[in-house]
Design a binder for this molecule. Structure first.
Ligand code: ATP
Length: 350
């Protein structure tokens, strides 16, 4: 099947030597794909290249099979929502939305119908006559989203659209955006450095690092099976331990577990375990240490454990936390883990 958006081997290197290298990506119609990574990894450079605000040095970008690289931003079948809303303050909400349709020569009746529908979609049906300054940040971002949606772009680009909003509103907007995206079957490319945001709204996530794609997969797969220590560390919480592989098994402290990655070289390796995959045990064959701290965080508690030179984190049910106290000797067990070659430690620090 033809992709809605094809990014073929694009590179863009700035004079400083930073930029993105050999990015390739196929996105299907109706997919929500998130570009995720730390500051400076190249997310915005990719997004701006799709929108036409930056020209890649090499490679091609196609929408529904046609190259868009020669088209200026306003001629591309894309629309962009920015972090800073970019609304015109002297125009009403209605005028902000109608502007793009006027250029496209819509009749007044069509324009009114489309603007009304778009405002209702973002739950701002009654705000048409207001000016942006009379609206909250969240409402202004809804207007910016409505303005982009009513252009019915083949691909909607969103550049950290919710990062100026407070945490609660950000979560609400995320859910609303995902509802709209699924209801309209619109293809969206969303840039964020917030891993929780990416995990919660995406069909697929592109984890970027140092201008390249580090992993491209579903949120579940990226969380459960990170392909590198960088991804394991960047997405969610993880404990990193030293282990030894003899081929079939991995030994960590007093634990000997089946090796989940048989292609791993024999010898020293890195073992990464999520806090929710560890549990506390009375038996002594696990990783023996002492409880350092117990923090109740709602329905679960985060327990810090001193183990050799490391502090390991374990999530336990709230009820269990009440029985634990600092200084208590404890043994840690786990059966689910990811393993990486030892070299990944220095790679992940890059
Ligand atoms: P952030 O979340 O901070 O926006 P990002 O992942 O979106 O980060 P980009 O903005 O794509 O990263 O930048 C990638 C790299 O290219 C960075 O090192 C950045 O400093 C550099 N860069 C971006 N734009 C330019 C430019 N116009 N001139 C020179 N260097 C640039």
């Amino acid at each position: 099947m033809q992709s809605q958006l094809s990014i073929r081997n694009i590179s863009k290197i700035f004079k400083t030597g930073d930029g993105v290298k050999n990015i390739s990506l196929e996105i299907a119609k109706g997919e929500m794909v998130t570009l995720l990574g730390p500051s400076g990894c190249g997310k915005t450079t990719v997004l701006r290249s799709i929108g036409g605000f930056l020209e890649p040095d090499s490679g091609d970008i196609l929408i529904r099979g046609n190259s868009i690289l020669q088209l200026p931003p306003e001629k591309r079948p894309t629309a962009m929502v920015f972090q800073s809303y970019n609304l015109w303050p002297h125009m009403t909400v209605y005028e902000n939305l109608a502007f793009g349709l006027k250029i496209r020569k819509y009749t007044k009746a069509d324009m009114e119908r489309e603007v009304k529908a778009a405002l209702e979609m973002v739950q701002l049906g009654s705000a048409a006559s207001k000016h942006p300054t009379q609206l909250s940040g969240g409402q202004q971002q809804r207007v910016a989203l409505a303005r982009a949606l009513l252009l019915k772009p083949d691909v909607l680009l969103l550049d950290e659209p919710f990062s100026a909003l407070d945490a609660k509103l950000r979560m609400e907007m995320r859910e609303e955006l995902r509802d709209i995206q699924m209801a309209t079957d619109m293809t969206m490319v969303f840039v964020t450095h917030d891993q929780e945001e990416a995990l919660s709204i995406s069909d697929r996530i592109v984890v970027m690092h140092g201008g390249q794609i580090e992993q491209l997969s579903t949120p579940q797969d990226i969380y459960d099976t990170p392909q590198s220590l960088f991804v394991a560390n960047f997405i969610g919480r993880i404990n990193v331990l030293k282990g030894v592989s003899d081929g079939q098994h991995i030994t960590v402290g007093g634990l000997r577990l089946p090796n989940p990655k048989l292609e791993l070289p024999i010898g020293h390796c890195i073992v990464a375990v999520r806090p929710e995959d560890m549990y506390l045990s009375e038996q002594e064959e696990g990783l023996t240490g002492h409880i350092r701290q117990v923090m109740v965080l709602g329905h679960y508690a985060e327990v810090s454990v001193n183990y050799e030179e490391e502090v390991l984190k374990v999530f336990v049910p709230r009820q269990q936390a009440a029985t634990l106290h600092p200084g208590q000797p404890i043994s840690l067990m786990f059966s689910k883990m990811n393993v990486f070659p030892e070299i990944s430690v220095s790679e992940a620090d890059k």
